[in-house]
Design a protein around this ligand. Structure first.
Ligand SMILES: Nc1ncnc2c1ncn2[C@@H]1O[C@H](COP(=O)(O)OP(=O)(O)OP(=O)(O)O)[C@@H](O)[C@H]1O
Ligand SMILES: [Mg+2]
Length: 273
């Protein structure tokens, strides 16, 4: 159905935690791709290192460079977060930030791969953890997304960091992609500012609000049982329909902007019957 990219300015507002929460509650088949250039955290965190380290973004890249087959090799590099159903898959991220520079020329290939996954059988939505915006940001992945969610806390440090993040997203993503991804905010936890104030200040709609839920955040960050009735997961579950609506609206805009072929006599006649 879609590619949703999550990113943030500085301050670790909760990109990975929120992406994992969405993955746990997503109603369709979903792939969480950890493409944070600073390195992945789910293998050592939530999965507690209990999965063989030969899977993930870097081993997949090496295998694909050898064989020239990125799509074919993808599936063997994924981890099933909810075995044996293969409904919630993880592409583990880099084990070191030093690997990020070598991936720079390859992000376009990954962007095309992620976009293609809605058309495979069975299809997958893709949630991409792009990490904090900075030097090695995977811009092609953000440009390929249907929706870019900027994760922000409603606090002064986070909002200040997000001002330049929004400017960067406009410069590198919305002004340079066709179709243009929708941009919205994912607001985490409490703070002195309302979502209306955040949206007005940052010039982007608030799509999702995730409450503070430290117990669940710790379980998602360090392993443990994740309870679906907890606020972090119920809000993530509720967020899906808002995200889908924003994506559908963005896609409708794209198709409305596409050139309209002239109506043929045959079509007009059929329409009149
Ligand atoms: N909804 C939440 N409620 C409470 N704590 C949260 C929530 N979301 C995230 N946290 C906490 O915030 C901290 C940062 O979260 P996380 O690692 O997801 O951020 P990040 O933006 O991915 O950071 P980084 O840039 O380091 O990858 C963690 O300690 C996590 O447990
Ligand atoms: Mg993270």
């Amino acid at each position: 159905m879609a590619v949703v990219a999550l990113t943030a300015g500085k301050g670790a507002p909760g990109v990975t935690t929120s992406a994992l929460a969405l993955t746990w509650t997503w109603s369709r088949r979903v792939l969480l791709a950890e493409c944070d250039p600073a390195g992945g955290s789910v293998m050592a965190g939530y999965l507690q290192g209990q999965v063989p380290a030969d899977r993930g973004l870097m081993p997949l890249t090496v295998a694909a460079l050898r064989s020239g087959q990125l799509t074919d090799r993808l599936w063997e590099h994924l981890v099933d977060l909810d075995p044996p159903h293969r409904r919630r898959l993880l592409l583990p991220g880099l084990s070191s930030a030093s690997q990020a520079a070598s991936l720079g020329p390859l992000w376009d290939g990954f962007a095309a791969l992620f976009r293609s996954l809605e058309y495979v059988e069975p299809g997958y939505d893709v949630l991409v953890d792009c990490g904090r915006l900075g030097g090695d940001t995977p811009w092609p992945l953000l440009r390929a997304a249907d929706l870019v969610a900027l994760v922000v806390r409603p606090t002064l440090p986070s909002v200040s960091a997000s001002v330049s993040a929004v400017a960067e997203l406009h410069r590198h993503v919305t002004e340079r992609s066709d179709p243009t991804p929708s941009l919205g905010l994912m607001v985490i936890g409490p703070g002195p500012y309302t979502t209306q104030e955040l949206s007005a200040h940052l010039g982007a709609p608030t799509l999702v609000q995730i409450p503070r839920d430290s117990g669940t955040a710790v379980a998602l960050g360090f392993g443990g049982s994740v309870r679906r009735a907890r606020p972090l997961l119920t809000s993530a579950a509720a967020a899906e329909s808002t995200l889908r609506t924003a994506i559908a609206a963005g896609r409708r805009e794209v198709s409305a902007a596409a050139p309209r072929p002239a109506l043929t006599a045959e079509v007009t006649t059929r329409g009149a019957v």
